[in-house]
Design a protein. Sequence first.
Length: 365
Amino acid sequence: MKTMIKTAGILGVAAAAAMTFGSIAEAASIKGNNITMRIGSGHPPFITYVKAASKSFVPAVKKRVAAETKYKIDFKEHYAGTVVGVFDTLEGVQDGRLDIGAFCVCFDDDKAMAMNLTYYVPFHEPNAIKNQKIFYALVKKHPSLQQDYSKRYKQTLIGIAGFNNYGILSSFDWKKFEDLKGRKILAAGPNLPWVVGGGIPVRMTIPKAAQQMQTGVGEAVILFPDTDFKLKLHEAIKGGYYTVTDFGAVVQINLNMNNKTRKKLPPEVLKIIDEEGIKYGLTGAAWSQKDHQWGLDQLAKAGTKVRNITPAAKKAWAEKLASWPNEKAQAVKKKKKIDMPAIMRDYIKMVEAGGHKFPIDYVIK
C-alpha cells in the first residue's frame, strides 16, 4: 500500500517529493496490516539518546499503532555500528539502510553544520531540558536550519534531542585555559576549536575514546560525566579530574526518517510516528539531564576528583573564543545560504530570556 504523505514531521516542513532512487535497500515493508521498519544508530544503546530511541520511541509507536489503527508495526533495531557507524547514519537513512536513524550531527559538521549551532556558542545553557526546548523552538522558527535534510538527503527531521552539560575529564590537574597548553584534548569535532590556542585538539569517537586515553593519544576529553563513567574513561587514566566547565548542554541529536518510507506508510501511522518523534526529544533531554548528576556522583565515588571551573576562568576562556561564534555564523551563511548570523543572535536572545547569563557578550555581525 502506498499513501501520499499529508504530515511532514516535527517542523511542519514538507518532506522532499523526490524518492530515493538507487537505494541499496528497500524502504519499510507492508504486508497486509503488518509494517516492518528498521531503526538504528552508530552508537550503542547505553548512550542516552539511543536508549531513548529503543526504550521510549519504539515501544510507544508500537503500542499506539496497535491501539489506534488497524495496523501493527515491528521495528528491527540496529545499534552500535551493526548497520551504520557514527559517521554515516545520515547517509544510512538517505540510502535506505535505515528507515529511521538517530545520530549526533557533531559527526556531520560539513553536511549538517547549521544544526550544530549550539556548538558554535560555547558556555550556553547548561540544562539539557531547557536547551532542548529552546533549540526546538528555534528550528521551528527558522526551518532553514534543517533544509538540507529534505532538499539534499531525502529525509525528514522528526525528533530533536541532545546531551547534557559538557565538561572535561583529564589525567592532569588544571585550573585555567593556559594550563591546557600542549596537552592533547579529545573532542567530537565541532567543539575541537574550543581548545585551540591552549590544548592540542584531537578528534575522537565514543567507541575509540578509552583506547585513545589509555595509549596517550588523548590526555583529556571534552565529554559528559555519565558517558565518561559508562565508557570507563576514568579507569583509563586512573581516576583523574572531572571539571564542570559549563560549555553547555549541546542540542545535537537528530532523529531522521527516510522520505521514501514516509511516502509508503499509511497517514494514520505516520501521524503517530511524527508525534512520538517530538516526545522522543523531550524524553531524551529529561533522561540526559538526570544522567548528568548521576555521572558526577559515579565518577566521584570511583575516585575521580570532581570540581567546578571558577567564574573567572570561565570568562577568561570565553574571551579566548570571543570571535569564533561570528566566524562560524559567517561560514555557515556562505556555505548553506541561510541567514545564520540572525539565527544565532536569535538563539542567544532566547537563551538569555530563559535566565542564562553568558560569561561574555558574543558579537555576531
